[in-house]
Design a binder for this molecule. Structure first.
Ligand SMILES: Nc1ncnc2c1ncn2[C@@H]1O[C@H](COP(=O)(O)OP(=O)(O)O)[C@@H](O)[C@H]1O
Ligand SMILES: [Mg+2]
Length: 399
């Protein structure tokens, strides 16, 4: 009955496992120095000439390449620099995916700067006016970060419209609000009205994907922070870089390191070996893929399911477009749905490729009878199938 005692007697391989957590904010951000410096330049006027302008910035880039963490660290830098000069700048980071509605986002912003604010009884317009009044009274400039902004846009809500227009037409008034929006790609903006788009598009910072070398540096740094010395070798980190590079999501690599270390501990090893990394990488589905799947149209999910099932059943690493079509038609038939056209499915395939889910090996490009072999190299098929079926179930479709 001494389970804990036994476990505690074992030497741990971790220095601090929370430093591999995706929400942990490290002291350094290798390879994002340029972005931090650019943000500082853009917001310098908040310090040199407080409340004279309202900056609106849009940040774009794939999932897991450090957008959130970079902006959070920038927020810290800004807070410190303004406090040093006795300028009151507040930084509020809101995740729109978590808050879901404009109302909740606004309440979150207001309560972060004014804890006493009541939770109910105001319209969004009221809330906004209340916010500005409070900022004016206390002489505060607020930098609002709307992370994963696309989740608000898709709902056709007007918060972005309101926020981007605060003080828009008033000359010589104090500018109290600056905004950083974070989106994966710019296509989600299409649903906004023209003038909001043009306001937001004035300053875009595109975060580029990390190269293999950069991913190596980042993972090595995070491993150094979290694991004891010599627990993981450079070669093993390289191996993890290889599995991370495909979709580029650093969280994927962090997760493999964590799992591999846990497996090594479970086996009483003094360090992580090859086998631990292999096992640790096996059952993970990249977070970016999960994200993509959650918002994928049902028809596309059916088609992806056809690929997964086809690969599973044939036990081959590749499957032909023709073979996938057969499986797809069966799925549609079972559900009583009209299958999509060949060219539509071909487009889906191209999208899967862009989303780093499949690899396509094209044998011939003739429109009739396109010959191509399709692979799903990175993701465990059984796991992927389960996830697709679960997502469809949430949409009320039972396969
Ligand atoms: N340059 C970097 N140095 C250290 N850790 C990083 C770096 N870039 C990303 N990370 C880590 O990778 C994970 C994903 O980053 P995140 O900012 O959440 O990505 P995004 O917002 O672009 O999806 C986080 O845990 C973050 O701490
Ligand atoms: Mg993020």
């Amino acid at each position: 009955m001494e389970y804990f005692e036994e476990l505690l007697k074992k030497p741990s391989l971790f220095l601090d496992e929370s430093r591999l957590d995706m929400n942990y904010i490290p002291d350094n951000l290798p390879h994002r120095e340029k972005e931090l410096s650019l943000l500082s330049q853009l917001f310098l006027t908040l310090l040199t000439n407080p409340n004279s302008i309202s900056r609106k910035i849009l940040i774009t880039g794939k999932t897991g390449i450090g957008k959130t963490v970079t902006v959070k660290i920038f927020g810290d830098i800004l807070k410190k620099a303004s406090a040093k000069r006795n300028i009151c700048v507040k930084y509020v980071h809101v995740n729109c995916r978590k808050e879901r509605t404009s109302y909740k986002v606004l309440i979150k912003i207001i309560r972060l700067i004014n804890k006493k604010f009541p939770k109910r009884g105001y319209s969004p317009q009221d809330l906004l006016e209340n916010l500005i009044e409070f900022l004016n009274k206390q002489n505060i400039h607020i930098l609002i970060v709307l992370d994963e902004l696309s989740y608000l846009i898709n709902k056709g809500e007007d918060l972005i419209y309101l926020l981007t227009r605060i003080n828009d037409d008033a000359a010589n008034v104090q500018q109290r609000v600056s905004i950083i929006g974070i989106v994966r790609d710019l296509s989600c903006l299409n649903n906004l009205d023209f003038s909001t788009i043009s306001t937001l598009q004035r300053n875009i910072i595109k975060f580029s994907n990390y190269s293999k070398k950069q991913i190596f540096d980042i993972l090595e740094y995070r491993a150094q922070l979290s694991l004891k010395e010599n627990v993981i070798s450079k070669d093993l980190i390289k191996m993890i870089v290889e599995s991370t590079y495909g979709n580029g999501d650093i969280r994927y690599g962090l997760n493999i390191i964590w799992k591999a270390a846990k497996i090594a501990e479970g086996r009483d090893l003094p360090f992580i070996n090859n086998e631990c990394v292999r096992l640790g990488s096996q059952e993970l589905v990249p977070f970016s893929t999960l994200d993509v799947l959650k918002y994928m149209a049902s028809q596309k999910l059916f088609f992806l399911l056809a690929i997964v099932k086809g690969l599973e059943i044939s036990k081959m690493t590749e499957i032909s477009f023709l073979e996938i079509m057969k499986r797809y038609n069966i799925i549609c038939e079972n559900l009583g749905l009209k299958p999509r056209s060949n060219s539509q499915l071909w487009n889906y395939l191209q999208e899967f490729k862009r989303e780093s889910i499949v690899l396509i090996n094209i044998l011939s490009e003739k429109i009739k009878g396109r010959r191509a072999l399709i692979q799903i190299p990175e993701i465990n098929l059984l796991k992927l199938e389960k996830i697709i079926i679960e997502i469809l179930k949430l949409k009320g479709i039972n396969i």
